[in-house]
Design a protein around this ligand. Structure first.
Ligand code: FES
Ligand code: FES
Length: 152
């Protein structure tokens, strides 16, 4: 099938098998490898992107079914620096191996931009779909707090 998908502000034309996930289309066809494939079955959050600003698991989304603007971690990064959430993850050591980080950042950016989750418990609940095998959770919460407070 031929599709036209909006990714990071551009319309991208693709000819794909209807079974191709958004994750595989991003990584294998569009070269946007910032989005990671962890479990490939909706359990880890490593593949989180935004569709119209909503955190979305790209491994559970068929590329041909996407209606709306897709934003990947490459798309939230300004050309002259970092998103405040990315900077906060660095400042607060919000990662170790980094494999989960782009998914964590995408969920965290949605949380901050949408004004969600004002307490640490609410942050943990909002972020509960993003698994970190390195258990950087306390530092991730600290990073989100910093970004919420504009402390960068
Ligand atoms: S790769 Fe999509 S949730 Fe794990
Ligand atoms: S930093 Fe290693 S899995 Fe999260």
């Amino acid at each position: 099938m031929r599709i036209a998908v909006r990714v990071n502000g551009e319309t991208r034309d693709l000819t794909i098998d209807p079974r191709v996930t958004l994750l595989d289309a991003l990584r294998e066809r569009l070269g946007l490898t910032g989005t990671k494939k962890g479990c490939d079955r909706g359990q880890c959050g490593a593949c989180t992107v935004h569709v119209d600003g909503r955190p979305t698991l790209s491994c559970l989304t068929l590329a041909g079914a996407v209606r709306g603007e897709v934003t990947t971690v490459e798309g939230i990064t300004p050309s002259d620096g970092l998103d405040p959430v990315q900077q906060a993850f660095i400042d607060c050591d919000g990662f170790q191996c980094g494999f989960c980080t782009s998914g964590q950042v995408m969920s965290a950016v949605a949380l901050v931009r949408r004004g969600e989750a004002r307490t640490d418990d609410e942050i943990r609940e909002f972020m509960s779909g993003n698994i970190c095998r390195c258990a950087a959770y306390p530092n991730i919460v600290a990073a989100i707090r910093q970004a919420q407070e504009g402390g960068v």
